[in-house]
Design a protein around this ligand. Structure first.
Ligand code: GDP
Length: 365
């Protein structure tokens, strides 16, 4: 499964947030294959469509899909020079698919800040620079290896050399690789380098309790948003402390508490949703009287691959995917009505599954 790693300087609220994640954690009975790694928190992906389907179909059981967060602890400053636990920190980041970068946007005199003052942009840059330096080293090594070939006019090497120089120049001006508009071909090449700064980033602005209602009043949050916009990254505002409290509540209690606070969706739920989108993930549903269930797939996947997410037999013996879109199903009110209206399609093996599709797979055993 794809995972987002939680990183940040010390004392910004990572453990508090990760604690909220594991508290809110998915009911393990529904997900017997989930990892039991203590650094991984498995959460259910909030999706209002699932409760609409549940209401319509009244199944015995409703199962949301899940998403994984990985807690990446460790000392950050000097990581790219291999100081302390630095190398380990970088290798953990290399293994995740997206980065949730927690930044401190709360003032609290009792909680020391590593560099003395609370300055979220400075914090962001501290971590980003370590990642950029590590990538610069990767790229310089590669340059050394192919420079000669490129100068001898080897076609392939010349193409790659150009990409490498662009990367090097970007890193030297202290910018991440993800801001470079690569062509599709170049992107494939860059993928092979496994650069840390190519990973999509979600900045998680951790604000104090007093800022939850109106985070726009917080100057630090504004600064983080401006920064993120420049590098086309996303921001989510949370209060880790409150999320910890919310995580202990269930269903109705949670809704009530959020109403009291005057917010619609918890910060953690927003964080889950945004991380999910950041990774290009989407959801299809299976719906029957036994079970209504959401499944995660990677946007662009075709019907047989999606069938394989449920069971490898479904992919091997795939015949057809009986498919109706969520909007059609909801507007016709029932599966039968949608069928009569000709909204249930029989799709074959080349069908690209769409977010919100409700699918019944037909397969040979
Ligand atoms: P970590 O080092 O990044 O894992 O940070 P922790 O989660 O241990 O948090 C450091 C301290 O900040 C702890 O004392 C937390 O209770 C406190 N803290 C975390 N989030 C908030 C917040 O939103 N508001 C306030 N006032 N304190 C917080």
């Amino acid at each position: 499964a794809l995972t987002a790693g939680i990183v940040g300087l010390p004392n910004v609220g990572k453990s508090t947030l990760f604690n909220a994640i594991t508290q809110a954690g998915a009911e393990s009975a529904n997900y017997p294959f989930c990892t039991i790694d203590p650094n991984v928190g498995v959460v259910e992906v909030p999706d209002k469509r699932l409760s609409v389907l549940e209401e319509m179909i009244q199944p015995r059981k409703t199962v949301p899909t899940t998403f994984e967060f990985t807690d990446i602890a460790g000392i950050v400053k000097g990581a790219s020079k291999g100081e302390g636990l630095g190398n380990k920190f970088l290798s953990h980041i290399r293994q995740v698919d997206a980065i949730c970068h927690v930044v401190r946007c709360f003032q609290d005199e009792n909680i020391t800040h590593v560099s003395g003052t609370v300055d979220p942009i400075d914090d962001i840059e501290t971590i980003n620079l370590e990642l950029i330096f590590a990538d610069l080293e990767t790229v310089e090594k590669r340059i050394q290896r192919i420079e000669k070939l490129a100068k001898q006019k080897d076609k392939q090497a010349m193409v790659e050399y150009e990409v490498l120089l662009k990367l090097k120049e970007t890193f030297e001006s202290e910018k991440p690789a993800r801001i470079i508009p690569f062509t599709e071909e170049q992107q494939k090449m860059v993928k092979g380098y496994q650069l840390l700064t190519m990973k999509p980033v979600l900045y998680v602005a951790n604000v104090g309790e007093e800022d939850v209602i109106d985070p726009t009043a917080n100057e630090m949050v504004k600064a983080v948003k401006r920064f993120a916009e420049k590098e086309q990254s996303e921001v989510v505002v949370i209060c880790a402390k409150i999320e910890e409290e919310i995580a202990e509540l269930d269903g109705d209690e949670k809704i009530e508490f959020l109403q009291e606070l005057g917010i619609e969706e918890s910060g953690l739920d927003q964080m889950i949703r945004k991380s999910y989108n950041l990774l290009g993930l989407a959801t299809f549903f299976t719906a029957g009287e036994q079970e209504v269930r959401a499944w995660t797939f990677k946007a662009g996947m075709k019907a047989p691959q999606c069938a394989g997410i449920i069971h490898s037999d479904f992919e091997r013996g795939f015949i057809r995917a009986e498919t109706v879109s969520y909007t059609d199903l909801v507007s016709y009110g029932s599966m039968n009505a949608a069928k009569e209206a000709g909204k249930v399609r029989l799709e074959g093996k080349d069908y690209v599954v769409q977010d919100g599709d409700i699918i019944h797979f037909r397969f040979n055993v």
